[in-house]
Design a protein around this ligand. Structure first.
Ligand SMILES: C[S@@+](CC[C@H](N)C(=O)[O-])C[C@H]1O[C@@H](n2cnc3c(N)ncnc32)[C@H](O)[C@@H]1O
Length: 413
């Protein structure tokens, strides 16, 4: 007799580790979540098809590249599950501001800390209200002025005799002189030198930084941490052909200016009057008013240098360098000693910031905790671990397509 057997498993070994794949095939839709949604029903294992890049990087979430941000949909789900409009959430590692952007959309007040000044600039540019007519007018005026200066500028030292030093188109900054072709650097410096006269200068600085990132002498396939300037044509893995290092920054300035205007306008339709406050500080020592809970994704041991990833912005805008206070910086490695230091730093952050959380409030930490450090960190910070939700991250595309697990630790104060 023919005996029916179980169909072969269609899940990969990695997928089998996450029970939720078997329980419920459909990933959670953020808008369907509220305070009553059971944790066990959450399915956070989106595939690339479920959650394409365009949706993960909607409106201001892609105002500027940032390596190491979490996806807005995860934050939205936990904001909806554990917070109500009018309450306040703290993100002690706010990075590019995903928590603050999404909280505001839901009418939840938010406070963010970050040790990197560029990140705070970025969060402010994303979340502030804009007068869109004025913004468009200023952007148009700025581009026109840049064009006029560049047209006149048949020699690179147009402003070198100016008494105003800030208008010099020569720079003795070694990073800038090494990482840009002279023509691209000239365009970038003209734009930078004109920005200060505009009301919307903060957004224009983000545009400048994004353009500088694209206009560096790098290969197209290694924009995150290029090791040395690329001055010759090269075989491009991204485009499968020979590509040339760029000598032009103006096209990026124009493109990103228009894109940024579009993104802040899209967000303005979702923005609420909830308060947003981004503070440049060390989370181990910062103090604030009471909050209802915390949602954060901390830096991990030896993974990313958060200042260095935007070093073009630090060099162009003269921002403060607090990189020695970065927790878990890649440059400190992931040795046993580095892990011990990391654990202590995270205990300090959670002990300090949980002081501001009301009793019973939730502290939600999203981390790819491959060394299983967080149960101990929570215990030492005197937090009660209520649950851990596992998430299989398999949606990445391009050269960074390795899959991994992320854990969402839910602690109670
Ligand atoms: C994983 S990222 C956060 C990304 C964020 N969730 C987002 O969506 O953009 C961690 C952040 O922690 C910040 N950081 C590192 N050490 C810090 C410290 N001592 N105090 C405050 N922020 C710190 C880094 O600058 C980085 O922006």
């Amino acid at each position: 007799m023919f005996k029916e057997v179980d169909p072969p498993a269609i899940l990969s070994n990695a997928e089998k580790k996450v029970n939720i794949y078997q329980i419920n095939g459909k990933p959670t839709v953020p808008e369907d979540v509220d305070n009553n949604t059971p944790l066990e029903e959450l399915n956070l294992n989106w595939t690339e098809k479920d959650l394409p890049e365009k949706i993960r990087t909607k409106h201001v979430n892609r105002l500027h590249p940032y390596l190491g941000k979490f996806i807005p949909q995860i934050v939205e789900i936990f904001l909806r599950k554990y917070f109500l409009p009018g309450q306040t959430v703290l993100d002690p590692f706010c990075g590019s501001g995903t928590t603050l952007v999404q909280a505001n959309e839901l009418g939840i007040n938010s406070i963010g800390f970050d040790i990197s000044e560029f990140n705070i600039m970025l969060v402010n540019a994303k979340t502030k209200p804009y007068d869109h007519i004025k913004l468009k007018k200023e952007a148009h005026d700025l581009l026109e002025k840049v064009r006029q200066v560049l047209d006149k500028d048949d020699h690179p030292n147009l402003f070198s005799e100016s008494t105003d030093k800030s208008f010099s188109l020569k720079t003795d900054n070694e990073y800038l002189n090494t990482w840009f072709a002279p023509s691209a650097l000239r365009e970038i410096l003209v734009f930078r030198n004109l920005i200060e006269e505009y009301q919307n200068k903060d957004l224009f600085k983000i545009v400048l930084s994004r353009s500088a990132r694209s206009a560096r002498l790098t290969t197209h396939f290694d924009l995150d941490f290029p090791k040395k300037p690329q001055t010759e044509p090269y075989y491009c893995y991204k485009h499968s052909r020979t590509c040339y290092p760029t000598t032009d920054a103006f096209k990026f300035l124009k493109r990103y200016l228009l894109d940024s205007i579009k993104r802040v306008e899209e967000y303005s339709h979702l923005r609420t009057d909830a308060k947003v406050s981004a503070i440049h500080t060390d989370s181990r020592t910062a103090t604030i008013e009471p909050v209802d809970g915390i949602i954060t994704s901390p830096p991990y041991v030896g993974l990313i240098d958060y200042h260095a990833q935007h070093n073009y912005a630090y060099n162009l805008l003269g921002l403060a360098d607090n990189s020695t206070k970065e927790i878990g910086a890649a440059k400190n490695g992931s040795s046993k000693k580095a892990k011990e230091e990391y654990k202590q730093a995270m205990v300090d952050v959670l002990s300090n910031t949980s002081n501001f959380v009301k009793v019973g409030g939730k502290i939600i930490v999203i981390a790819g905790d491959r060394d299983n450090l967080y149960p101990e960190i929570g215990e030492r910070a005197k937090l009660k671990l209520e649950s851990v939700v596992e998430r299989h991250v398999n949606r990445r595309t391009g050269r960074r397509n390795t899959e991994f697990f992320e854990s969402i630790f839910i602690y109670t104060k």
